[in-house]
Write a protein that binds this ligand. Sequence first.
Ligand SMILES: [Zn+2]
Length: 384
Amino acid sequence: MITYKFRLYPKKAEVEKLEIAKEVCRQTYNYLLAELNEGYTKNEIQNFLLDLKVVNPQMDNVHSKVLQMENQRLFGNLSSLSQRKKQGHKVGRLRFKGKNWFKTFTYNQSGFSLTHLKAKKGILWLSKIGEIPIKLHRQVEGNIKSITIKKSLGRWYASVVTDNVIKRVCGIGEIGIDVGIENYIYDSDGNAYENPKHFDNYHQELKIAQQSLSKKEKRSNSRIKARIKVAKIHERIANARDDFIHKLSTKLIKENKFIAIEKLNIKNLIGISYNAKNIADASWGKLSMYLHYKAENAGCVVQDVDPAYTTRDCNFCGHRNRKLFLWQRQFCCEKCNGELPRDYNSAINILARGKELASLEKASNTGQLVQQEASMKAEATTST
Ligand SMILES: [Zn+2]
């Protein structure tokens, strides 16, 4: 399954219908929750939906399957609540949803169609709502299973879920990856991948917006507006970063059959601000996650590596050098005088260590197999 997120550009009339649908779904969810609290079963509650329609004529303005999904949502929430309880978390009861806490509704299997017009333009047709322009920045592959409509910060989005499983093909290279602040990553072939330049502009924009927010009077309208502006920039940054990580991970998988990547380590993060640290931290975690799941599909191996000493060990002679300070961007071996950019040296060490780990794991797996076979044979001989 693949999920695509697209921005919608509804006109005024459609916005009104979307708002009504969202509101009716919210009311429906709350009605059904009240029924659940009364002790009715899932099927009884499902049937109750039909009775509701008589009471609430607004429900005719919403595609019937969309309302049925509220029943599923309710029981989905219920089961995740009990799951959390099993894990030992303290949980309360399901809550009734207030207006600001209800942001999505879902078309499942029917009641929609998506047409690609030209370039990135398309039309999403939704039953009981109509046609809405949609920006298709990615090609949708596979059959659409469901579409979830979401309102976020005054904008409308569609999450399109398809049944397609992308078949990826990996390359033939082998690389080690060092993550860093100066360069986003550095690989063992000597390639540096920088953070995209436009991130700096976004962060500058964010800083200005945050400053302006802090000057606004509490509880004023202009403060609310300023807050929304800050949130929108945050969202743009998150989207741009996600896009960057998607493209980078796809490229790395396409080129390589073996990737060693350092496990996140606080050593890289010393000396940068708390905020920047959090952002960097989260984005490397995401890169590692995307690499792992794309690799699995492509037949590529991604090996996590403990990065301890990878900056200090010389990749030419193996000598462990004294500590490198963060400002020392060049690695220079005390023993053999070998010299390389610091992160390049680390990346080569990470690749070597990754390959070692991978072959050890392979050996232990085959070892286990041999053992298993031996014990099965032993069992076979004793039983005869
Ligand atoms: Zn050396």
